[in-house]
Design a protein around this ligand. Structure first.
Ligand SMILES: [Mn+2]
Length: 241
């Protein structure tokens, strides 16, 4: 059996081929999986479960068909879709996971994260993150009219784009000390995360033992899947149809 991992799809109506690639994956390969984990930034933006966006509804029905078929789907928030709530999870039939979540994956203790909390060198982003992850901020944001929430999301995206462009590469990547700290704290030898859009398998020694950090790929130009079974963990690129 195989467990599948995806993240950073950034699904958006402006990239319909990527949405179709995902829906095809959900109808085919994902049906044969033991479980599917979505580790954040599934949607490019999410301003509340009450948003009637037809693109979102289309994607949701694809996830629902998969969970109805009996495949468990686990969902972790990313920095773009952190407002996905229990309403979405209920309708899609998936389970929301906290970040980080430890799992015992085929006898390897593994930690699942989105990855943004590991980018500790980016102080500006971490400050923004603490604001928008505050339950009181979220409550007041979700009480605003949809149009106003949409304007805020567009502005936040634009600001992030400008700031990202002016930051050196290393600031945008994970901090190795933060990686090792969280792995030791959870007693794991494997970490799986997304966020940085730098798909790779990193082998290193952590606390005196062999450790692995697997970074998932994004779905901007193609699909990217991590397949894990008892023997292997392989990242594969899916060409768009
Ligand atoms: Mn992200």
């Amino acid at each position: 059996m195989t467990t599948l991992f995806i993240s950073d799809l950034h699904l958006h109506p402006s990239r319909p081929r990527i949405t179709e690639l995902l829906l095809d994956f959900l109808r085919k390969e994902a049906r044969t999986a033991e479980a599917l984990y979505i580790l954040g930034d599934f949607f490019d933006t999410w301003i509340g479960d009450d948003d009637p966006d037809p693109h979102h509804a289309h994607v949701l029905s694809g996830v629902r068909a998969l969970t109805d078929s009996g495949v468990p789907v686990f969902f972790m928030h990313g920095n773009r879709d952190f407002l996905i709530g229990e309403g979405f999870a209920r309708e899609a039939g998936c389970t929301l996971l906290p970040d980080p979540t430890p799992v015992n994956l085929y006898a390897t203790p593994t930690l699942l994260m989105h990855g943004d909390t590991l980018c500790t060198d980016d102080a500006e982003y971490q400050e923004f993150r603490s604001m928008v992850r505050d339950p009181a901020w979220q409550k007041s944001f979700l009480a605003k009219p949809l149009a106003e929430r949409g304007v805020f999301a567009a502005q936040a995206r634009a600001t992030s784009k400008t700031r990202t462009a002016s930051k050196p590469e290393y600031i945008m990547d994970v901090n190795q000390e933060a990686v090792e700290r969280v792995m030791v704290a959870h007693g794991v030898t494997r970490l799986i995360h997304g966020h940085t859009h730098r798909p790779a398998v990193h082998e290193f020694r952590c606390n005196g033992v062999e450790a692995t950090r697997i970074v998932l790929g994004d779905w901007y130009e193609q699909g990217s899947i991590l397949r894990v079974n008892g023997h292997t963990a392989l990242i594969e690129t899916l060409p768009p149809s």
